[in-house]
Design a binder for this molecule. Structure first.
Ligand code: HEC
Ligand code: HEC
Length: 325
């Protein structure tokens, strides 16, 4: 119970009173059982007088060791109330609180690991990415914060991007990855079903299919779909590009074999009809700058060394990063 739950002094006295009363009651009960009592006239009768189908109960006092164990628990109880919170509003002499203990543990961990994070904070991402100790810490952070969406192998699943394939929605250079993790991202593909209607959606889907495969789609639909793709009202090309190759930070490439939402006819029709709103949460409240640095290096380093997207100079446009893919 939190001390702030007591809005007036009344509850403090109420609870303290019950505790004291309970303690007195227990001491009295214990004392009353200390010695054998015979309230029967015949002193030689050592039973309590209770009789259950011929089974009688001896009226012996509690064994001594048992008696003292009770006394000990009582002393313990009193000592506990003196040291710890529990006696009404009393905070206890140790001023212990669960919140305080938690904060202490966090501080201890920060003191212990903060130094390690600091060490890597001053190292360039490229170097941290290949440091075995840093990778191990990064893996731990990943397992704590990222695994439930991106998977234990970081390869993602439907709706959650693969972080190891070096095919990026937002960009794979260290600065962009850093920003993605820090501030989060929301990928929005609007639902086009209501606007286009079933047939035109299907046509568009077959055109999309034709962008990444040689067969397995309807030629006629694909041709009509190309018109849908490149003209209003949908104008898919305005985001996905005329060639369907997408734009970093805008819309994914539809010509490769990396699919966030699946590449079957059914998947693609579903995506175009219903759209998607896909959120990568922001981590700046959980991960401080030092941890973000290490996490960025870890994610960047998931790709094979020669494939990683190099740091983009500030003057470059984001698409320059895709050229390195
Ligand atoms: C609640 C689920 C969730 C968690 C947890 C999560 N992510 Fe994500 N992440 C996503 C989604 C969804 C996207 C794709 C957003 C989009 O569609 O644009 C994404 C995208 C990304 C991207 C961009 C990929 C690209 O292709 O550009 C990176 C990098 C990333 N996440 C890293 C991380 C890291 C590191 C963590 C842990 C600190 C993490 N994510 C935790 C859901 C999550
Ligand atoms: C406003 C920009 C925009 C427009 C217009 C747009 N899209 Fe998209 N599209 C996106 C984004 C962003 C995503 C990724 C959504 C996510 O991150 O989950 C996407 C995803 C997709 C996917 C899934 C890709 C995958 O990897 O699974 C398909 C297929 C697709 N769009 C087709 C279309 C078609 C067809 C149209 C026109 C009818 C269209 N899009 C119009 C932005 C757009």
């Amino acid at each position: 119970m939190n001390n702030s739950d007591f809005t007036s002094g009344f509850w403090h006295y109420y609870i303290a009173f019950i505790i004291v009363l309970a303690m007195i009651g227990l001491v009295w009960l214990l004392w009353s059982q200390k010695a054998a009592k015979t309230n029967k006239p015949d002193e030689s009768d050592t039973t309590t007088g209770h009789n259950w189908d011929g089974i009688e109960e001896y009226n012996n006092p509690m064994p001594k060791w048992w008696f003292y164990m009770f006394v000990l628990t009582m002393i313990w109880g009193v000592a506990y109330f003196v040291a710890y919170p529990g006696f009404g509003e009393s905070k206890g002499m140790l001023a212990w609180s669960s919140k305080g203990q938690y904060q202490q543990e966090i501080k201890k961990a920060d003191d212990e690991f903060g130094v390690i994070y600091k060490k890597y904070a001053n190292m360039p991402i490229e170097q941290v990415a290949d440091n075995p100790e840093a990778r191990k810490i990064g893996q731990n952070l990943f397992n704590t914060y990222c695994i439930q969406c991106h998977g234990s192998d970081a390869k993602g699943s439907k709706g959650f991007p693969n972080l190891t394939d070096n095919d990026w929605l937002w960009g794979g250079d260290p600065a962009t990855i850093h920003q993605t993790i820090k501030d989060g991202r929301i990928g929005v593909m609007a639902p086009w079903g209501p606007v286009l209607g079933e047939e035109r959606v299907k046509d568009a889907a077959h055109y999309v299919m034709s962008l990444s495969r040689d067969k397995g789609f309807d030629e006629g639909r694909a041709q009509r779909g190309q018109v849908v793709f490149n003209s209003l009202p949908a104008n898919c090309a305005s985001c996905h590009g005329e060639d369907g190759k997408g734009t970093l930070g805008m819309a994914p490439n539809l010509t490769d074999d990396v699919w966030l939402w699946g590449n079957s006819e059914k998947n693609i029709i579903d995506t175009i009809t219903n759209g998607h709103t896909n959120e990568m949460p922001a981590w700046n409240t959980f991960l401080d700058e030092d941890k973000l640095h290490l996490m960025t290096a870890y994610v960047w380093g998931l790709a094979p060394k020669e494939q990683r997207v190099k740091t983009v100079a500030k003057t470059d446009t984001p698409t320059a990063a895709s050229a390195a893919q």
